[in-house]
Design a protein around this ligand. Sequence first.
Ligand SMILES: NC(=O)C1=CN([C@@H]2O[C@H](COP(=O)(O)OP(=O)(O)OC[C@H]3O[C@@H](n4cnc5c(N)ncnc54)[C@H](OP(=O)(O)O)[C@@H]3O)[C@@H](O)[C@H]2O)C=CC1
Ligand SMILES: O=C(CO)COP(=O)(O)O
Length: 314
Amino acid sequence: MDNTPTFPPTKPQTLGILGAGVWGRTLGQLVSQNGHRVEYWSRRGDRSLEEVVTGADILLSAVSMKGVAPVLSQVKAIGPGADTIIVTATKGLDPQTTCTAAQLWQRAFSDRPVVVLAGPNLSKEIQQGLPAATVVASHDEIAATLVQEVFSSSNFRVYTNPDPLGVELGGTLKNVMAIASGVCDGLQLGTNAKAALLTRGLTEIIRIGTHWGAQMETFYGLSGLGDLLATCNSPLSRNYQVGYQLAQGKTLAEILPNLEGTAEGVNTTQVLIQRAKTLEISVPISYQVHQLLEGQITPKDAVEALMLRDIKPE
Ligand SMILES: NC(=O)C1=CN([C@@H]2O[C@H](COP(=O)(O)OP(=O)(O)OC[C@H]3O[C@@H](n4cnc5c(N)ncnc54)[C@H](OP(=O)(O)O)[C@@H]3O)[C@@H](O)[C@H]2O)C=CC1
Ligand SMILES: O=C(CO)COP(=O)(O)O
């Protein structure tokens, strides 16, 4: 029996990539290598949004969270083709609605499939051709399978998943923990502390995510635990860099302008705390990250506050 996988699919697709930042360009590179056509749109580019949207079989948004609502309302006004599949690769929460990016896209385009793409995907490693795996998740299995085929290659292994909310929240909420991990390493708290932080961080992510309607098992997969491990252990992560530099005494105002790309965890923490308060969900680690980002406490205060919480069963 021939077990050689067949990628990409026979029919080349045209991808319209919205947001030509670090991640949008990296994803574009992956699909171009698979023989598909890629058209980029960004505010600074010379292609009009209309040209990119109307020609696309797949419309992939890699816009950072603050741009999702304005971009999708422009896309809606243009009106993509009836069969166009929307893919979102943003990892953030909308401050106005507390929704994820896919929820915003699905509300605006309720009649068509939306696919979430998320996983342990530090863009610099993927650009170098190092092996990585990701997840494409949708309630529409046919759409997810097509996107899987379009992206799959010998360097990039793509799994499908039927829980888009769980996949997206895993990728989104781990950014808060990546800031905390950067602090942990910046303060040189050691391997035991880091292991405790990641394990309790995952518990916190699962508590929030399942309350919001995601499946618990999704958080143990690539887009949950996998992305938590990648982002919380790598100086390539912008969110980790934020935490690390806070631990060295820098302020957010000093750190953010010098980052290469967006650290979504800063905004996500704020929205998460707002939502957790309303829903009365306990989020002790995220709360300390929030206090730290707000400049209310020092990194050392945050560690002390977590260690001095009431003792309880695991
Ligand atoms: N880089 C990575 O390793 C990964 C990133 N992600 C996620 O992908 C998303 C993008 O990240 P990344 O590419 O790294 O970030 P960048 O900051 O490099 O890119 C962000 C993109 O969003 C666009 N954008 C922001 N606001 C608006 C707006 N109001 N209107 C139109 N466009 C806007 C920017 O346009 P402009 O250039 O004009 O400002 C830019 O193209 C984030 O949610 C991130 O969490 C997910 C996986 C991996
Ligand atoms: O989501 C990412 C890796 O999967 C990228 O993390 P940062 O946004 O922290 O760089």
